[in-house]
Design a protein around this ligand. Structure first.
Ligand code: PLP
Length: 408
């Protein structure tokens, strides 16, 4: 039936081989029979309007130093107003060639040498490594796991405010937030965000909120609330203590183009942030601006179709893991499922390595500050996901049947 809507299902169901172009995700296992479901990169080709815009630029043949097109900041301002109800200003935007860089610059800008930054764990590894890399300290605060839900096989995390208070030190200057949270795929609740804002006021902290996954909220209807918007609604002084990081790398699968931005409302903080990158950091790639503009203008139908596909894949993964009795998240956002393999690990040792030996490459939870856990990326083609789940099921059931105990 022709619904008049563009149909991307074939590209999502059966994406082309990415190894031919040395995709990092696939290169790790080149020549080995291991299905890569690790790094946060989707196997899907980019949205057709992005592809067309890039092709036009290639045709034009100008790949020199490129400034952000003048109208792009204005389009980003409109996008933030429409999509998130957040009125930002064009001069608040600082273009970056990547978000990890932004996390590092935020730490460098907000904390003096030897001072500390708070981060919730488990978390995307650069949240833990940025401060030490910049000669500062990380204070990791474990998220609270709902133990009764975990007994039923469902991993649910929330902020442990008592732990947060107890972990903060007099020299703590910054709270690093991953919102939505990678790897657990959760959205912070309004109450949590309010309490985090209170915490920042109480202790006079800066906040750096990485919101790169916010357009991947899987129900497609829950609005994303930028943490800085909430701060700004309380007071301009509080907004002035915020750095928000964002980019199209995750939702439009453009990580290789190195295009991202920081939103820094306070002129003084922005100047210090810019100074921290001086002579160290290049501008974004010329193709990055082009791809971003096409995504903002024409990417929405593709994104909506992507969310449908990701929801379906998430549900398939959840059902399979439930059958294997491996406790897992049912992520509200991202294309990543977080799995508790600690009981398996008690027998086999390193679970990521064990899964790899079974033919499925997952991210090792130890890198996220949580040994015994693994992270599975379900943004892949149907046949690949089916085969990966088949391998996991077979391995886990064989393990259980082999008298080595319950896998989970
Ligand atoms: C929360 C978060 N921030 C940043 C990144 C990486 O961003 P970039 O490749 O732009 O450095 C990732 C990648 O998975 C991520 O999950």
């Amino acid at each position: 039936m022709n619904t008049g809507k563009p149909d991307f299902s074939a590209a999502f169901a059966c994406p082309d081989d990415r190894l031919a172009w040395s995709a990092t995700k696939w290169e790790r296992y080149r020549g080995r029979d291991v299905i890569p479901l690790w790094i946060a990169d989707m196997d899907y080709p980019v949205a057709p309007p992005i592809q067309r815009a890039l092709a036009a630029q290639v045709e034009h043949g100008n790949f020199g130093y490129m400034s952000a097109p003048r109208e792009l900041a204005g389009e980003l301002v409109a996008y933030h107003a429409q999509r998130y109800g957040w009125p930002i200003e064009a001069e608040w935007i600082v273009w970056l060639p990547g978000l990890v860089l932004g996390i590092n610059l935020a730490v460098r800008t907000c904390c003096g040498e030897g001072e500390s930054a708070l981060s919730f764990s488990p978390v995307y590894p650069p949240f833990l490594s940025a401060a030490p890399t910049q000669g500062r300290r990380t204070l990791a605060v474990p998220l609270a796991l709902d133990e009764s839900a975990a007994l039923r096989g469902e991993l649910r995390y929330s902020v442990d405010f008592a732990r947060l208070e107890a972990t903060r030190q007099p020299d703590t200057r910054l709270l690093l937030l991953c919102h939505p949270h990678n790897p657990v795929g959760s959205l912070f609740s309004r109450d949590e965000l309010d309490a985090l804002a209170d915490f920042c006021v109480r202790h006079d902290l800066y906040v750096c909120s990485d919101e790169v996954h916010c357009d991947l909220i899987l129900d497609g209807t829950t609005p994303h609330l930028p943490f800085a918007r909430l701060l700004g609604e309380r007071s301009p002084a509080l907004l002035a203590r915020s750095i928000t990081l964002h980019g199209p790398g995750k939702v439009f699968n453009l990580a290789g183009l190195g295009i991202a931005w920081a939103i820094i409302p306070d002129a003084g903080l922005r100047k210090r942030f810019r100074a921290a990158r001086q002579r160290l950091v290049p501008d974004p790639c010329c193709f990055g601006y082009t791809a971003l503009r096409a995504a903002l203008r024409d990417g929405e139908p593709w994104r909506q179709a992507l969310l449908v596909r990701l929801r379906r894949n998430r549900d398939l993964v959840s059902a399979a893991l439930e059958a294997m009795r491996l406790p897992h998240t049912h992520p509200q956002a991202t294309y990543l499922t977080w799995i508790d393999a600690r009981r398996l690990a008690a027998v086999v040792g390193d679970p990521a390595r064990w899964f790899e030996q079974q033919g499925v490459g997952l991210s090792d939870g130890a890198d996220f500050g949580a040994p015994g856990f693994v992270r599975l990326n379900f943004a892949t083609g149907d046949a690949v996901l089916d085969e990966a789940l088949r391998r996991l099921r077979q391995a886990v059931f064989r393990f259980a049947a082999g008298g080595r105990g319950e896998p989970a």
